[in-house]
Design a protein around this ligand. Structure first.
Ligand code: ADP
Length: 259
């Protein structure tokens, strides 16, 4: 009997989507969701049709970042219909699972939803689907890398050694399944002090660049620690919606999207 043990052959495309990009990090709180949201917005500003699938069950913040509480509907074929916010088609585990339900309940539900989100969504034709993965290398990440045909992965890290150590593990996961690493985004790279105009490297300097060089992948961008980036995120208006000519952080995300 013929068997096929090559994991690569199990991977399937997401219906209606040209390129699926996973955004991953080793640990939580490094700004992976912020980067996913702003990368999605920046790509859409470049004229692409973009969807964003928030699979981060531990910190499902995408609904907040896009300023919506709308629940996704379904079409006649029982496929999910993503909601639309700021020109992005959005589906979020956070919109399906109560935030305060315990992880023990959320876990199995999440795995079921992930399967459905990957196969059973009417995206309506997308150039890019951004997957905001949970941090680390758990079940959801494994399911994704083994079953989805990914164009590549973007790794988000801060310049801090503890973040880099965990980022390496995430990178290892993608390498194992031969998913290309598109590059590293270093977030919270420095704080640009408004009063003296100097850069302060709060989490250390150059960690993202060193890691990218070691891997032989591009450093896609260095995003400063910035109050507007946080407030825009909290207020449902990603900073990448701002005019890049007037907002340096929006410009930095635009560069990541162009890369
Ligand atoms: P993760 O998805 O890695 O857990 P988030 O994107 O949720 O991280 O970010 C964690 C917190 O840090 C959020 O409150 C977010 O607004 C904030 N944050 C992320 N990146 C920046 C930045 N460059 N400047 C300021 N605040 C940021």
């Amino acid at each position: 009997q013929a068997t096929n043990d090559d994991p690569a052959s199990w991977k399937a495309a997401v219906p209606g989507v040209k390129h699926v990009i996973a955004v991953a990090s080793g640990k939580g709180g490094v700004g992976k969701s912020t980067v996913s949201a702003n990368l999605a917005v920046a790509l859409s500003k470049l004229g692409y049709r973009v969807g964003l699938l928030d699979l981060d069950i531990y910190g499902p913040s995408m609904a907040l970042m896009f300023g919506t509480k709308e629940r996704p509907g379904a079409n006649d074929n029982d496929e999910f219909l993503p909601i639309e916010a700021h020109g992005i088609k959005l589906l979020s585990l956070g919109l399906m699972i109560e935030e305060d339900s315990p992880v023990a309940v959320r876990g199995p539900l999440a795995t079921r939803y992930v399967q459905q989100f990957l196969r059973n969504v009417e995206w309506g034709g997308l150039d890019f689907l951004i997957l905001d993965l949970p941090p680390g290398t758990g079940d959801i990440q494994l399911t994704i890398v083994q079953t989805v045909e990914l164009a590549g992965a973007v790794i988000v890290t801060t310049p801090q050694e503890v973040a880099l150590i965990d980022a390496r593990k995430a990178i290892g996961l993608f390498k194992k399944v031969e998913t290309p690493i598109l590059g590293v985004v270093e977030n919270m790279s420095y704080f640009l002090c408004p009063s003296d105009g100097k850069k302060y490297f709060i989490f250390g300097e150059g960690g993202g660049r060193k890691e990218a060089d070691k891997l032989g992948v591009p450093l896609l961008g260095q995003i400063p620690l910035d109050v507007d980036t946080r407030t825009c995120g909290d207020e449902g208006h990603p900073v990448a919606l701002e005019d890049p000519a007037a907002n340096p952080v929006s410009a930095a995300f635009r560069e990541v999207a162009e890369a």
